[in-house]
Write a protein that binds this ligand. Structure first.
Ligand code: NAP
Length: 561
């Protein structure tokens, strides 16, 4: 075992570990494998859960399944793993994805280096030793050269600040903190708050079991059918035979899928021509309608209206009651500027006799939770179970909660009060040797996550290998490079329709959260972003500052352009 500078671990090293990774989901697991098995570093992982899986460990609500096609919602770094694993469906359920991640943990022998049931509560940089001290809620305090929060973008639950929540006498569950032994809805009156991607999956499932389901909707959503099912074995065989090609295509693509915009403006098409295209995307199911539509969809309100009109007509054609159909039809924001939920019988569910919709704008907003149910628009809805599907303090929440203190005692939670500041969504000025995987201001949630996770893990691994080769002790984003990146992220998104919508992408779902676009919607998507990160590395880590040999050592500055 050698340390990060290539010296034997025993040669006076002060750190307990070369690297501490926080979280054992998709990203933390691959980061561990990569640093430990490629670079031979001494690594430990702290994981709050009692098992691997991250998102797929916690989100066990009924209907939970992935929204990306399974053949690309997986690790692609290992050719044998790609060949040996077989998914049962186009969009596998949560328990199958968790089984996959458990299989990967066994296959790469990751568990011995993961400390389960330990939540990180503090991460502090020491200016003198240039080491991080990581503390957990179980009393651990370990020192490490590198810290890599692999905490996911959607892992801090948003508990809505609704009056009376704790007074409810029945059972109440947030979808991301679901009981491991499930919830029995039989003969129960259930209320669900929220109609985002989670609720769109859960509502049809709960409605099948519950005596009565009341859906409390604040903003209606544009939904597109998932079209889940078994994948034709011939298709699977062909994909397996061409995984090198698949991998290359998703890496170079805009969103990490085998999907590309139609290189044409919808406003230049005839009504017949575009209706045919819309039908094709609708029939294909999945994200095609969102991510492979006409190229002016995200830029022109007029173009967007044409596309949105198709989806509105679909809602009206499925929902029998015209009043309910109107309530379910989005009218206040452009299509695609909120995350596209994929559905299986979502709108059809509102035709069932045991399902009611309470819409905030027409029936009145939720006023309070009472001991017996939910009061909205002056009326009390008696309930036995409340399901809270109100999402997450996305992207910044998980990082701000770690108690990160960087150089000179600066606190990340304070520094990000007005929004995240990063360089490439990978590093933060003032926080040496700390890397974020799929952090704010990187493509992250606007991509097929495993594609972006693999890119970040591989970039970080190569960066640490570079430091090792060159005997460098710390790496840190320069404030100038960080400012320029933040300005670029804002400039790009300001040319789209995204900033005008109250979405969690904009932080608008959390009261008091600054209105900032959180991910990066690069002009050339994840492919362009990957090339940018590679170019930064090729230019000797442009925009980063290195030190070597500890405090007082040589400072190597590589300025941003
Ligand atoms: P979400 O998209 O943020 O939806 C939360 C819902 O709760 C929205 O309808 C929101 O209304 C409502 N809400 C929030 N606070 C409320 C309040 N105080 N009172 C009443 N209603 C309130 O959260 P999510 O559905 O959990 O999805 C989050 C993200 O997780 C998704 O966008 C997606 O990226 C990911 N996800 C992925 C999958 C998958 O791939 N399998 C599945 C599910 C989720 P407003 O719209 O008005 O804010």
């Amino acid at each position: 075992m050698t340390n990060v500078q290539g010296q034997p671990q025993t040669a006076g090293a002060k750190a307990d570990f070369d690297a501490v990774i926080i979280g054992a989901g998709f990203s933390g697991m691959y980061m561990l494998h990569s640093l430990r098995d490629k670079l031979d570093l001494n690594v430990t992982v702290f994981e709050a859960g009692d098992g691997v899986g991250g998102t797929w460990y916690w989100n066990r609500y009924p209907g939970a399944r992935c929204d990306s096609d399974s053949y690309i919602y997986c690790y692609t770094f290992d050719k044998n793993l790609l060949q040996e694993w077989n998914w049962s469906e186009r969009y596998p359920e949560q328990d199958e994805i968790l089984r996959y991640l458990e299989h990967c943990a066994e296959r790469f022998d990751l568990k011995p280096d993961i400390q389960f049931g330990k939540r990180v509560v503090e991460v502090v940089f020491d200016d003198d030793t240039e080491l991080w001290t990581v503390r957990t809620d179980k009393g651990d305090a370990v020192r490490a050269r590198f810290v890599i929060p692999a905490v996911g973008a959607l892992s801090t639950a948003n508990m809505p600040p609704i009056k009376g929540l704790s007074s409810f006498k029945g059972k109440c569950y947030h979808t991301s903190q679901w009981p491991h032994d499930g919830v029995d809805f039989t003969a129960k009156r259930v209320g669900i708050i929220g109609t985002g991607a989670t609720a769109v999956q859960a509502i049809p499932e709960i409605a099948q079991q519950a005596k009565h389901l009341t859906v409390f909707q604040r903003t209606p959503n544009f939904c597109v059918p998932a079209r889940n099912g078994r994948v034709d074995p011939e298709v699977t065989k062909a994909r397996k035979a061409d995984y090198d090609g698949v991998r290359q295509r998703i890496k170079d693509s805009f969103f990490g899928f085998e999907l590309n915009f139609i290189p044409k403006a919808v406003l230049e098409t005839t009504p017949e021509e575009r209706e045919q295209e819309f039908d094709k995307m609708w029939d294909a199911g999945g994200f095609a309608f969102w991510l492979a539509n006409y190229q002016d969809m995200f830029f022109s309100k007029e173009a967007n209206d044409v596309i949105a009109d198709y989806l509105k007509r679909k809602i009206r054609s499925v929902v029998n009651d015209p009043v309910t159909a109107e309530k379910l039809t989005p009218k206040t924001y452009p299509y695609g500027t909120k995350r596209q939920p994929l559905d299986t019988n979502y709108f059809e569910t509102f035709n069932k006799k045991n399902v009611a919709l309470v819409d905030a704008s027409t029936d009145g907003p939720i006023e309070e939770i009472t001991p017996n149910g939910i009061r909205a628009g002056g009326k009390e809805y008696p309930l036995d179970i409340i399901v809270i599907a109100t999402g997450f303090d996305a992207m910044t929440g998980p990082l701000k909660n770690l108690g990160i203190n960087g150089r000179d005692g600066r606190a990340l939670a304070q520094e990000w009060e007005d929004g995240p500041q990063t360089y490439l969504g990978l590093a933060i000025a003032g926080y040496p040797n700390l890397f974020t995987i799929t952090g704010p201001q990187s493509p992250s949630v606007l991509s097929n996550m495993p594609v972006s996770i693999e890119q970040h893990v591989e970039w970080i691994t190569e960066c640490i290998a570079h430091m090792r080769r060159n005997k460098l002790t710390t790496i840190e984003a320069s404030p100038q490079a960080q400012d320029e990146w933040g300005a670029h992220v804002a400039e790009v998104v300001n040319s789209t329709l995204m900033p005008g919508t109250n979405s969690w992408y904009m932080g608008a779902n959390i009261e008091g959260k600054p209105r900032r676009f959180l991910p990066y919607l690069g002009p050339e998507g994840v492919g362009g972003y990957r090339r940018k990160c590679a170019e930064v590395a090729e230019k000797g880590y442009e925009g980063f500052v290195f030190t070597s040999q500890g405090q007082g050592g040589t400072v190597h500055t590589i300025a941003a352009e």
